[in-house]
Design a protein around this ligand. Structure first.
Ligand SMILES: [Cu+2]
Length: 142
């Protein structure tokens, strides 16, 4: 047991020394679109290495509030289901890693989270917005 731990520690040390990939990543997120029209979540990158990630989120709409929620998927390719009664995704049934909520048009905010490897989706879960296109796949590499 003890030996195992020492070997693991040495391996991690080597990775840290050789990998600028451990530096914190920043993702620029634009929340786009107006009520009643097409909406989108635009990212400057859709894949980052595991570790600390900062999402810089800007609502660039003219007059529509938006938000960004980071959802971890059970498996790649899974699609989030919109609850037809509520016209939004039921966050209680999902693994939310954090969010920047309630950004008025023109506002921005940021979120820093530690993300493990896996498949994620960024959504705006204001009523009707996922159905209008506010879903962006996001991958964290091991
Ligand atoms: Cu929205």
């Amino acid at each position: 047991m003890k030996l195992h731990r020492v070997v693991l520690g040495a391996a991690c040390g080597a990775l840290l020394l050789s990998a600028p990939a451990f530096a914190a990543e920043t993702v620029s997120v634009q929340l786009v679109g107006e009520r009643g029209g097409q909406m989108a979540i635009k990212l400057d990158k859709s894949e980052v290495p595991a570790g600390e990630v900062t999402f810089q989120v800007a609502n660039v709409a003219a007059n529509t509030p938006h938000e960004m929620v980071v959802i971890k998927l059970d498996k790649p390719g899974e699609t989030l289901k919109v609850d037809p009664a509520k016209n939004r995704v039921d966050e209680k049934k999902l693994m939310s890693m954090g969010e920047v909520s309630d950004l008025k048009a023109g506002q921005s905010g940021k979120l820093t989270v530690k993300l493990a490897p896996g498949a994620y989706e960024l959504i705006c879960n204001i009523k009707g917005h996922v159905a209008a296109g506010m879903v962006a796949p996001f991958t964290v590499k091991g």
